[in-house]
Design a protein around this ligand. Sequence first.
Ligand code: SAH
Length: 235
Amino acid sequence: MLRRGLVAALAMAVLLPGAARCADTEAYRKARQRMVRYQIQDRGVRDPGVLEAMRAVPRHEFVPERYRDQAYEDHPVPIGLGQTISQPYIVAFMTELLELEPGDTVFELGTGSGYQAAVASEVAGSVYTMEIYRELADAALARLKSLGFGNVHARHGDGYYGWKEKAPFDAIIVTAAADHIPPPLIEQLSPGGRLVIPLGSPFSIQQLVLVTKDREGKVSERAIIAVRFVPLLGH
Ligand code: SAH
């Protein structure tokens, strides 16, 4: 009986497409609690919705298996093709800057692993995210689907041009470093909307800039902190 059960379990592990995913164990949940407390709250992030999202989203599922033991550490992690999943604090900080409300529609340029989109989707209504590498876009889409993030819509394409059919967006998040704000993204931002983008030289330190569009459509920019992101590609 025991042996049959074991064989069945092994067969499941081989056959199930999600077999490579590891469960959200107590150890992972504890690691997230610590991550939120010491890396995020201690550095000043206060938005309860953002803190809850960072505690809820299983970051280890978005990290390649060989780096999984680093998933909750205080730094970015490689995700292939020279790209990275951002440091947890930066994800939380950028999400807080967006001041998301439950019904908001968000656009993300740079899906990468899909982690930032998943976090934003916990606080907003829906997230549209675009990735320039097809391989990353397909992997993120499959991952988000299998983890049940039904309000994230991911697509392969050059996010410089936004996602016109789904615009306008209440919030836009750019997760690759640009030397200017893509004009299509300003156009696709709702009046009253917020956009965050790392601006500056792609191979050095950038400024995280918060762009706001007021009810009359007037756009203002404010530099917030120094950051380091991978470069914006394409366009
Ligand atoms: N937000 C991601 C991390 C982003 S790394 C996460 O949570 O994992 C930046 C990503 O932007 C990379 O995957 C890179 O391929 C992508 N990228 C760069 N230029 C792009 C463009 N013009 N359009 C869409 N994606 C782009």
